[in-house]
Design a binder for this molecule. Structure first.
Ligand SMILES: [Zn+2]
Ligand SMILES: [Zn+2]
Ligand SMILES: [Zn+2]
Length: 254
């Protein structure tokens, strides 16, 4: 499977409007601190043999979606999976207006109720999914699990499996993840983890970088990429010496 990181920023994005901190200055100069809001493309092509994808799944549709699809020249998008209903993860759905009708959308019931209520003008093909029950989109197998993102009642992460490889995306969560979710996350080849801020800052509804690395150890992740990154980190090229931060445009083949 191929995972393309289209948006590794937090709800604010970097640069933050009106900010001139070191990360925002780097972002404005076009450095890797520049981050769009959350969106990840999961493809099931056998990238190692050069076989094209049969399915392209967007995990999250943040408010920068149109720019992300245009800049990466992504013209095939077969389905959307949402982790939770916060706007930084869903606000780009309306960009499919007159671009793709009846998009297949997947998520936990209360998440879909909320998002599709907000975007009632958008045609869609709805696929409610229960927690901890695998479902297929093309050759990709997804499983949603619950995480802890107060004060919303339902936020999920997901396991994505393809040909023996396992990627885990935490969605937005703090470290207080339910045991049945942790069990499912164990042994990830790749962990994509919410780490909104560096270790000296605490935001109760998210993990900081230290929390995310604790989680990585707890589940025995072989590789970890930190995402949902705010401008409070040092500029990317400096921060990457200490933290395995993702960046917009990163591509990982599993
Ligand atoms: Zn800033
Ligand atoms: Zn959130
Ligand atoms: Zn978020």
């Amino acid at each position: 499977m191929r995972i393309t990181f289209l948006g590794t920023g937090d709800a604010v994005g970097t640069p933050k409007i009106g900010c001139s901190c070191p990360a925002c200055r780097d972002a404005k100069k076009g450095g890797r601190s520049r981050r769009y809001r959350p969106c990840y493309l999961f493809s099931d092509g056998d990238v190692h043999r050069g076989v094209n994808s049969s399915v392209n799944v967007l995990v999250e549709t943040g408010p920068d979606l149109r720019s992300q699809l245009l800049e990466h020249d992504i013209t095939q998008f077969d389905a959307i999976v949402w982790s939770h209903y916060h706007r930084d993860h869903t606000g780009g759905f309306g960009d499919f207006w007159r671009v793709k009708n009846n998009m297949p959308v997947y998520g936990e019931k209360t998440v879909l109720d909320y998002v599709l209520g907000e975007y009632s003008f958008m045609g869609h093909e709805r696929h409610d999914q229960a927690l901890l029950k695998p479902f297929m989109i093309g050759e990709l197998e997804f499983t949603l699990f619950q995480v802890t993102h107060p004060d919303i009642e339902m936020a999920t992460g997901m396991v994505v499996r393809h040909r023996g490889k396992k990627a885990v995306y935490t969605g937005d969560t703090n470290l207080d993840i339910p045991p049945e979710s942790l069990a499912l996350m164990k042994g990830a080849d790749l962990l994509i983890a919410d780490a909104i801020v560096p270790p000296h800052i605490n935001i109760p509804k998210h993990m900081n970088a230290a929390d995310a690395m604790t989680l990585a150890k707890r589940i025995g992740a072989k590789r970890t990429v930190l995402v949902h990154v705010a401008h409070m980190y040092p500029p990317h090229d400096e921060a990457i010496k200490t933290f395995p931060l993702g960046y917009d445009g990163l591509v990982i083949d599993l």
